[in-house]
Design a binder for this molecule. Structure first.
Ligand code: NAD
Length: 315
């Protein structure tokens, strides 16, 4: 029987994963350090919802190795899903050390805890590892040694660290490169969220690189189905892309939000921001074949669901 441990459970993806697993009658427990990178009330809201469904959410940092050890043992954990991380590209320019603490030190703490155990590790990586790669779509066979920001560099480091621990200790591991995940209970620091909020509040929105950017927006439910399949996928070490495989232009994306809200955005065009990627575009052939990963939510439908949630819960 599977018993799943989720780090970053009060975060956007962790919350949805925990809820989904519970709906499948799978035992799940998780930890989160409830940092204030974005509004802690949203993390508490997610926690309250999970607790109502009898999911245990414990306040703990992944750097607390001894406590982690204890929890894994007490709860007879079979799968460890590491989603805890300092996310965000822009913030890595302001506060680089937050990334080192959670994404490097914290991740090594997870690897150390798992090294002598019969527990499978699934960990979050990111499309950011593709950095300034020019060839699209991005394939897991492509080189990923040119990240364009510290966040991407720490995610690439996670993959290398995981590989090293896998080759030394045989702990089975799967790394999932998520591509711009969006949906209800999403992250306020991400553009789809802040654009919606600002357009509703009639505030100008900043559009970097004059809108000449593309993102492979991937709806949360599709990401969750990919993570779910990876739990049962047998491998020693493998990396997968979880993306929508349909990049869209930033300006087209904004027009979808405008149409749904029936409000014109006040657009402030800005130059290119250092650290950003121009395009993200996932090659998902391998994920389709091995994880049966078939994203099926159109951007119009996904944005509609997100905005309906936002209007109901956040306005
Ligand atoms: N959302 C996306 O578009 C996206 C894209 C690529 C990769 N990812 C990765 O997926 C994972 C989940 O992302 P998310 O969007 O849910 O972000 P999130 O910030 O909502 O969730 C991360 C959670 O981890 C917690 N956390 C951070 N550092 C911690 C630590 N040291 N110990 C314990 N908890 C800690 C935070 O409080 C937060 O609740 C992250 O690893 C992120 O880098 C996300």
């Amino acid at each position: 029987m599977k018993r799943i441990f989720i780090t970053g459970i009060a975060g956007f993806i962790g919350f949805h994963l925990a809820k989904y697993l519970k709906s499948k009658n799978i035992e799940v427990i998780g930890i989160d350090n409830f940092n204030d990178y974005y509004d802690v009330n949203l993390k508490k809201l997610r926690k309250n919802i999970l607790e109502k469904e009898n999911i245990k959410v414990i306040k703990l940092d992944i750097n607390e190795k001894n406590e982690l050890e204890k929890l894994l043992k007490e709860n007879k954990i079979t799968h460890f899903v590491n989603l805890a991380a300092q996310a965000g590209v822009r913030y890595s320019i302001e506060n680089p050390y937050a990334y080192l603490r959670s994404n490097i030190d914290g991740f090594v703490s997870v690897l150390e805890v798992l090294k002598d155990k019969d527990i499978k590790l699934i960990f979050a990586s990111s499309s950011s590892v593709y950095g300034d790669n020019k060839k699209t779509p991005f394939s897991t066979l492509d080189r990923t040694d040119t990240p364009t920001n510290l966040y991407g560099a720490t995610k690439k480091a996670n993959e290398s660290l995981a590989y090293a621990y896998n080759s030394m200790y045989n702990t089975p591991m799967i790394g999932l490169r998520f591509f711009t995940v969006y949906g209800p209970y999403g992250r306020p620091d991400m553009a789809y969220y802040s654009f919606t909020k600002d357009i509703l509040e009639k505030k100008p929105i900043k559009i970097f690189n004059n809108g000449n950017m593309q993102r492979d927006f991937t709806y949360i439910d599709d990401i969750i189905s990919g993570i779910y399949s990876s739990l049962d996928y047998e491998t020693s070490f493998e990396i997968f892309n979880l993306g929508n495989n349909k990049p869209i232009n930033l300006l087209t994306f904004i027009s979808i939000i405008e149409k749904r809200l029936n409000i014109k955005a006040i657009k402030e065009f800005m130059p290119f921001q250092k650290g950003e990627m121009l395009t993200t575009f996932a090659d998902i052939e391998n994920s389709k074949n091995k994880l049966n990963f078939n994203p099926k939510t159109s951007i119009e439908k996904g944005i509609d669901t997100f905005i309906s949630w936002y209007e109901q819960e956040m306005v």
